[in-house]
Design a protein around this ligand. Sequence first.
Ligand SMILES: Nc1ncnc2c1ncn2[C@@H]1O[C@H](COP(=O)(O)OP(=O)(O)OP(=O)(O)O)[C@@H](O)[C@H]1O
Length: 353
Amino acid sequence: MAALDVKNLRCSYNGKAILDNLSLQVDDNEIMCLLGASGCGKTTLLKAIAGLLPVTQGEIQIHGQPMNGHGLAVVPERRNIGMIFQDYALFPHLSVARNVAFGLQCKESNKAVIKRRVAEVLALVNLAELGERYPHQLSGGQQQRVAIARAMIGKPQLMLLDEPFSNIDTQVRMRLISEIRDLLKGQGIAAIFVTHSKEEAFAFSDRLALFRSGHIEQVGRPQVLYQQPENRFVADFLGLANYVPATVIDSQTVLTPMGPVASQAVLNAAPGTTGQLMLRPRQIQLSLTEQGNGCVVEQQFLGTHTRCVVECQSLRLEVSTNEPLPAVSQVHVKVLPHALTFFPERQGQRAVA
Ligand SMILES: Nc1ncnc2c1ncn2[C@@H]1O[C@H](COP(=O)(O)OP(=O)(O)OP(=O)(O)O)[C@@H](O)[C@H]1O
């Protein structure tokens, strides 16, 4: 059974539709990321799922239970949802332990049970020793862990996280992302996570839904969206891409100004179709040779990789290399073997089987 099933959802503010006919499924124990530019409706969807915003049209089911429709509107506290926000939303005058206990107080009155459960969840988020501290005595990462413990104490079926890592120092962000991911997976909790950072989305999610003006452009595994985007909006949102003019020669080959390029998967475009071949900077390989078909005209050393700009025939290509190359190098430009992403002319749609 899906942890969340949203069907044909419509949500409006002052009569203006923000989400229109939006559908999304999240599987059991799955982490889904809602990624998109500011104002595209990600938080609006979270609020509708949490029951904080009325739904104009459509259905929301959590673990098979309808939350709305036919006069039904399940209140937020009965949806068995945990929520985590960007600003942690901790009570400054309560200790860590009492902040965490707050998440259980409306469900449980037995003080011994609450105390035991607080200790359990604080241990889960590695804060067992800090229960007596106050929020201002903690780092941003520790405060976010308290917020997570508070959200988890009621054993939610679904966790909603709204930009939970935005205020966390970049040095600790990736570590916290991986810790929280392990925690959710370990506890078997499905989660929906909102961000506008593609790096966070890639690192945290099992699948991601890329939003654009209130609808979803594409949903799938991060690697699939990055390597096989369905259109240029998705391709460009997720990272730098080169577009090379190309004509389909046969079911697995296109002809480009660099010569024929073979695909590891069948192209879904007929021979003779013209369009653009999308190449990520890492899908191009450069080898130094005086007889090369390209010339490196610009380079930037960026630590983990070097950004090279290569002129090849009429093309200007962005390429990532592990090491810097000698200045003004002559290189052979080769497309690394992969399933090509080809956008036929006009449609702007991907044509990979
Ligand atoms: N209470 C409100 N009343 C009227 N319009 C609103 C309200 N809240 C949000 N909006 C509008 O709804 C649209 C979607 O907002 P939403 O907060 O869902 O975007 P978002 O994708 O989460 O953006 P961000 O990444 O900046 O948080 C925006 O145009 C916003 O201005």
